[in-house]
Design a protein around this ligand. Structure first.
Ligand code: ADP
Ligand code: MG
Length: 324
């Protein structure tokens, strides 16, 4: 199978009418996208590398899903609507079964969010997946990391920690096996392998929230990005942190590590004025997404965790850093 046959067979979908924003898709030197009048483009790029982000034997459909999900999640965190994406693919060899699995996972999620594949590049090399997403939003509505204000409420969509626990179970880690019920991996695996980007919530928040980001490297570390960009601090209250049923038997230190330093959560962390609580509630309802108020933004620098009793604990953001 040659390069062009590969693209045609697995990535060019002649049986489908692309959405209106696609003036020209795969097949020419460039794709042409038409954003809605008066909108800005939101662009993000994420790379998945074998051995670094996934194992060689990873299910190709789950990989296709996740490669796009992590990119869509960035659009959600900005409050943008997806327009389309490109796929740069390095493959050691062209294996039909792997490619069709990958394409199936990729397109299922792309179709769910009306985000068509409009181009890419294909080359031989160590397995590496790089997706660039294009989205649109109205000027002034982007949810920037720098927009948190002292006194803002701090919110989290869904809950964190399940992907971390799933990874530990997959790796057969003692602490995870010891403190989880049978069937936990079966229930949690999807949180790690098929994260669902919070697209509807992100768009619903665009006109009401202040700062936002998607939690990919751990709640505490990613929270640090908002604090740094906004020049503020934050207080998180432990009793307000949602805990998934499968995490409830973990000893406190392990539980907090999962909740705060987990990674791969792809939930939205955002801030909004206390006077907008009803509007945030409405956005959560409209997007059918659970949202929890977990703390507030403060003028005092640093990130503090308040437990039910005792002094607050200073959290050192230690999100994942590839070069640390
Ligand atoms: P060029 O040489 O002009 O860069 P290519 O020969 O690499 O073009 O690609 C031909 C067409 O196929 C282009 O429209 C390109 O965007 C598209 N394409 C290549 N690889 C992929 C891929 N993995 N997924 C989607 N489209 C692709
Ligand atoms: Mg090319």
């Amino acid at each position: 199978m040659g390069e062009f046959e590969l693209i045609q067979r697995h990535f060019q979908r002649s049986n489908q009418t692309p959405p209106g924003q696609v003036v020209l898709g795969i097949g020419d030197d460039c794709a042409l996208l038409q954003p809605s009048p008066g909108h800005q483009l939101a662009i993000s790029c994420d790379m998945l590398v074998e051995g670094r982000h996934f194992f060689a034997d990873a299910d190709p459909a789950a990989l296709g899903h996740k490669a796009l999900a992590v990119n869509l999640s960035d659009l959600a965190a900005m409050g943008a609507r997806p327009l389309g994406f490109t796929l740069a693919l390095a493959l050691p060899s062209a294996q039909d079964a792997w490619l069709s699995g990958f394409a199936q996972g990729l397109f299922a999620l792309a179709d769910l969010h009306a985000c068509p594949l409009v181009g890419g590049d294909t080359t031989r090399g160590p397995l590496n997946l790089c997706i660039t997403v294009f989205g649109e939003l109205l000027p002034g509505q982007a949810l920037r990391r720098s927009a948190a204000q002292p006194g803002d409420d701090l919110y989290l969509s869904g809950r964190t920690g399940e992907a971390r626990l799933a990874l530990a179970l997959l790796q057969g880690t003692d602490w995870a096996l010891q403190h989880t019920a049978p069937g936990a991996l079966h229930r949690l695996r999807g949180r790690l392998e098929r994260p669902q980007p919070r697209m509807a919530l992100g768009r619903a928040l665009a006109s009401v929230a202040h700062a936002a980001l998607d939690v990919s490297d751990g709640l505490a570390g990613d929270q640090g990005h908002i604090l740094q960009a906004s020049g503020v601090g934050a207080d998180i209250h432990q009793e307000l942190l949602p805990v998934a049923p499968d995490l409830q038997a973990l000893p406190e230190a392990l539980l907090l590590d999962c909740l705060l330093n987990g990674g791969d959560d792809y939930e939205l962390l955002f801030t909004a004025a206390p006077s907008d609580r009803a509007a945030i509630e409405a956005a959560a309802q409209r997007s059918q997404t659970p949202v929890h108020r977990i703390g507030q933004i403060s003028t005092t620098p640093g990130l503090r965790l308040h437990k039910a009793t005792g002094q607050p604990v200073m959290l050192t953001p230690r999100g994942f850093d590839h070069f640390a």
